[in-house]
Design a protein around this ligand. Structure first.
Ligand SMILES: Nc1ncnc2c1ncn2[C@@H]1O[C@H](COP(=O)(O)OP(=O)(O)OP(=O)(O)O)[C@@H](O)[C@H]1O
Length: 309
């Protein structure tokens, strides 16, 4: 969709060290207009340092960054970039609406406060003092302050960590609208369901990009989709189906059908071939690899039980 769109962020051979620690170890990254990109990785992988360099908040030890064709530290770029960071320092005596209006005046062009309140789902809290907000409301204020300058590029740091399920859905639907207008969104996250909202996931581990693909492609990379079924097809026929990496096939049940579990990269091709062979197929269950599985596989993290939201 965005392959032909112009690049808005171009990082080349980006490297940053802190004394002996190599936080970012040669990252090349091109992000195009209208992309929604998740930067994912384990603790200490170098995500924050990378994003700080893209934002012009931290100088690379070596390598180059261009944002909207210019130095990210320049005032012209800063005016076109909005950032939602973890801790927004806000004077507690201001109301939510006053704060949004005040921050809007820092930008050459800004969105009307009522519009921003609505987009950040803060209309009913407009008159509340900033120091009276809950964690989720504060996170929405931080989002409001990131968009008030009508930015071309929006950086979000774990944007929905404090939001409930309904607020998350609203948030992502707004982010999508924003991307459809040709804006670019880059966000860092540990949360796999959050990363699933992206067009593209850049997986960073030990200061390097170890995968750069869509969430669906990342899941396919680990080939962890399983197809469970019962069938009268012979074990050899199941092993020979296209795209089957491995298969466990049990002895037939009383009805003559064998329970089988196939590990596949994609469920469509083997199932299509199996059904075309006139085999009987019942009790079919396809389980997709999760992004968590892909993440653990690619970063060689010890396996953990998947968190329930
Ligand atoms: N100011 C600093 N001084 C010294 N070391 C630093 C500094 N900032 C980051 N580091 C080190 O650089 C490495 C990468 O850190 P960074 O914060 O970029 O990782 P991260 O992927 O954002 O991690 P997390 O998910 O825990 O926020 C880590 O080993 C960290 O300890």
């Amino acid at each position: 969709m965005t392959a032909a769109a112009p690049p808005v962020i171009e990082a080349h051979a980006l490297r940053r060290t802190f004394g002996e620690v190599v936080a970012v170890d040669g990252i090349d990254l091109t992000i195009r207009r209208g992309e929604v990109v998740a930067v994912l990785g384990p603790n200490g992988a170098g995500k924050t340092t990378t994003i700080e360099m893209l934002l012009g908040l931290r100088r690379p030890t070596s390598g180059t960054v261009r944002v909207l064709g210019a130095d990210p530290e320049s005032a012209s770029v800063r005016a076109r970039v909005g950032a939602m960071l973890q801790d927004t320092d806000a004077p507690g005596s201001l109301t939510v609406a006053e704060m949004i209006t005040l921050v809007g005046t820092y930008y050459p062009v800004h969105l009307p406060t009522p519009f921003v309140l609505e987009r950040a789902d803060l209309v009913e809290h407009a008159g509340k003092r900033v120091n009276q907000l809950s964690g989720g409301q504060r996170q929405r204020l931080s989002f409001a302050l990131a968009i008030v300058g009508d930015p071309d590029i929006l950086y979000l740091d774990e944007p929905t960590a404090a939001l409930d399920v309904v607020a998350r859905q609203r948030f992502w639907s707004y982010v999508r609208t924003f991307a459809d207008l040709g804006r670019t969104i880059v966000f860092s996250t540990h949360d796999m369901s959050e990363a699933d909202e992206a067009d593209r996931v850049v997986l960073i581990d030990r200061g390097r990009v170890i995968a750069d693909a869509s969430p669906a492609e990342l899941k396919r990379l680990v080939a962890a989709t399983t197809v469970a079924l019962r069938t009268d097809a012979a074990p050899e026929a199941l092993h020979a189906l296209p795209g089957v990496r491995s298969a466990s096939v049990a002895e037939p049940d009383a009805d003559g059908l064998r329970p089988a579990v196939l590990n596949v990269s994609d469920a469509v091709a083997p199932l299509r071939a199996l059904l075309a062979s006139d085999a009987t197929v019942v009790d079919l269950l396809v389980t997709e690899a999760s992004l968590t599985t892909a993440f653990l596989h690619l970063t060689s993290q010890p396996e953990q039980p998947e968190a329930t939201a």
